[in-house]
Write a protein that binds this ligand. Structure first.
Ligand code: ZN
Length: 155
C-alpha cells in the first residue's frame, strides 16, 4: 500500500470514529431512511432546505460499517450550504466515480475530498456501503420522507 492510500485510509477511519453532522435536527423539511441489508448499514438523514433551494442544515444518524459512516460524514460536510442542484450533480459524479467501468478517478471532477473513497471501487461488496448515504440523500431530495434500500432494483 502506498503512502497516499494510507493517508486516505486514516481520513476514512477518522470520519467513521467521529462522524461530522452526526445526530438529529430539531426540525427538518426533508428526510429519508436508507438500508443496505447486504452489510447491515442503516442511515437516517435529515435536512433543512430553504425556500431558495439551499441545504442549510443536514444531520444523520444510524449504524453501519466504517465505510458507510465515513461516506455519510464526508457527504454531509460536502453538501451543507450547497444548492439542491449542486447536491444532485455531486451525487451523479460520486456514483459514476464508484460504479463506472472507465477510470473516472483520472478525470477532472468537482468531488474534492470525496475522491478519497475511490479505493472502495476495488471492493465491489463495499460500493453499496459508500453509495448508501448518497442514495438516501437523493431519495430525500426527490420527495419528503421516504425509505430506500440498496436492494431495490433501481438503486
Ligand atoms: Zn457497509
Amino acid at each position: 500500500m502506498n503512502a497516499i492510500n494510507e493517508l486516505y485510509q486514516e481520513i476514512i477511519i477518522g470520519h467513521a470514529r467521529s462522524p461530522k453532522n452526526f445526530g438529529k435536527l430539531l426540525a427538518c423539511t426533508h428526510f429519508a431512511k436508507g438500508d443496505n441489508p447486504l452489510c447491515g448499514d442503516h442511515v437516517d438523514l435529515q435536512m433543512n432546505i430553504s425556500s431558495d433551494d439551499v441545504i442549510t442544515d443536514i444531520a444523520f444518524c444510524g449504524d453501519g460499517c466504517a465505510i458507510s459512516k465515513a461516506s455519510c460524514s464526508l457527504m454531509t460536510e460536502c453538501i451543507k450550504g450547497r444548492t439542491v442542484n449542486e447536491a444532485k450533480c455531486l451525487f451523479k459524479e460520486f456514483h459514476n466515480l464508484l460504479t463506472k467501468e472507465d477510470d473516472a478517478s483520472k478525470e477532472e471532477n468537482s468531488l474534492g475530498k470525496l475522491n478519497i473513497l475511490v479505493g472502495v471501487k476495488n471492493f465491489p461488496m463495499r460500493v453499496k456501503c459508500a453509495t448508501l448515504s448518497w442514495h438516501t440523500l437523493n431519495a430525500a431530495l426527490q420527495k419528503e420522507g421516504v425509505a430506500i434500500s440498496t436492494e431495490n432494483s433501481d438503486v
